[in-house]
Design a protein. Sequence first.
Length: 324
Amino acid sequence: MNIFVTRKIPDAGIQLLKKKFDVETNQEDRILTKKEIIKGVKGKDGLLCLLTDQIDRDVIVAEPKLKMISIYAVGYNNIDVQAATEQGILVGNTPGVLTDTTAEMAWALLFSVARRIVEGDRFTRAGKFHGWAPSLMLGQDVSNKTLGIIGAGKIGTAFALKSKGFNMNVLYVDEQKNTILEQKLGAKKVELSELLTQSDYISLHVPLRPKTHHLIGEKELHKMKKNAILINTSRGPVIDEKALVKALKERWIFGAGLDVYEHEPKINEQLKKLDNAVLQPHSASGTIETRTKMAIMAAENMIAGLQGKMPPNCVNPEIFQKRN
Ligand code: DGY
């Protein structure tokens, strides 16, 4: 069987795939166009793609042989899963292995904004530090504050649990009750509006779906405290970026730590100029260990799917159940 890989991923995954299949990998370290992906998928049984690839209906129907799409990511909002399901194509993703790594990045961003780490680094390197001063670069305490988690799934839960050492009051918004957070942290499930008005620090951990698009807009930003910090390691379009720029510029909130952007890889020019925003290049899962585990997981999903087995992590298992 043949598979197409849209961009180089860690070798551990490629080697696993090569043991079983003929593997064609995009050798250029860049995002392919839709046209190039359609060309690449021709004659292939499997497609291993990234979150930067638009896997829409045109790509999905381009090759009738296609049986499996494995994404090297946990989020799969860039894949038309409904179209894949209609075509009988299994879709696999990589949950779990990046949970702690992503949660750690959310904390890194939170501390960077609260303690003005990036701003302080720039200031110091620019030769502006002329000695300790009572009001130099003042930030905000993290300990004993109220932490708001929007989306208490795997990553949101891991992020919240890491707050234990900082003795925080934890609020969360989710469709389901999270007994781990309630038992281990005494966390309280609340409505979004209460979380926004009560939290000092808010971290987003929801998948991108039509109902989470612009979940945080002008109205929501206005509800936040003046000292609030907003962290986003989920997907960019969950925040209305224009509204966020306004909120940061006009100091409705203290700051924001962002790993993802509404029109990625484009970033609002004004956002780049703001000292109260810390920006990362969508690298929350970017550690050597985690990216290797993701590559292995994506390969294992592909192998299982093309061998007629249920991929260990499948987002449309109903296809497999129908087939068997
Ligand atoms: C994902 O997996 O969805 C992250 O955004 C990148 O690893």
